[in-house]
Design a protein around this ligand. Structure first.
Ligand code: GSH
Length: 145
């Protein structure tokens, strides 16, 4: 598993492999090493996960889904799989709209734009919270972290 030296997009993969008790090489590269590596990467970005004797997987969510299926964290039932998938996509949408909350203020973002971004973020969070309330859960994946 190759990524930069930080949590970023890779920590969920590290956590999944750790939870599945699967030893893995946690290769962490700096920007100089990444520049050399980039042309060899299937999508030109990190994280990547090299399957033993197999393919180099890339794109965080598909890597998580493939490993989730392999190590039985991903539901076999279509309705439950759908729930996991819409939650993942909604969290990504919320993350993308929420990024502006901690970036330095961009003078090109006027108040109207900021308000509409925050409104979208708020709607997504409400949708996610409703799922937890409706299912009487504290965690999206089940009864515990
Ligand atoms: N959708 C991709 C995005 C990957 C991505 O943008 N990775 C960043 C690090 S978080 C990266 O490698 N940036 C350097 C580059 O693309 O040159 C994923 O989820 O894996």
């Amino acid at each position: 598993m190759t990524y930069f030296n930080g949590h970023g997009r890779a920590e969920c993969i590290r956590m999944l492999l750790t939870l599945a008790k699967q030893p893995f090489v946690d290769q962490r590269v700096d920007f100089e090493e990444f520049a050399k590596l980039k042309p060899t990467l299937p999508g030109g970005s990190l994280p990547v996960f090299q399957e033993e004797g197999g393919r180099m997987l890339y794109q965080t969510v598909p890597i998580m889904r493939a490993l989730g299926i392999k190590y039985s964290f991903y539901p076999k039932d279509a309705a439950r799989a759908f729930d996991q998938d819409w939650i993942i996509e909604t969290l990504i949408d919320a993350g993308e709209s929420g990024t502006v909350l901690y970036l330095p203020t961009n003078p090109e973002w006027n108040e109207e734009r900021m308000t509409s971004i925050l409104k979208k973020f708020d709607q997504l969070c409400k949708h996610l919270e409703k799922y937890l309330d409706d299912n009487r859960r504290d965690y999206f994946g089940g009864s515990g972290p």
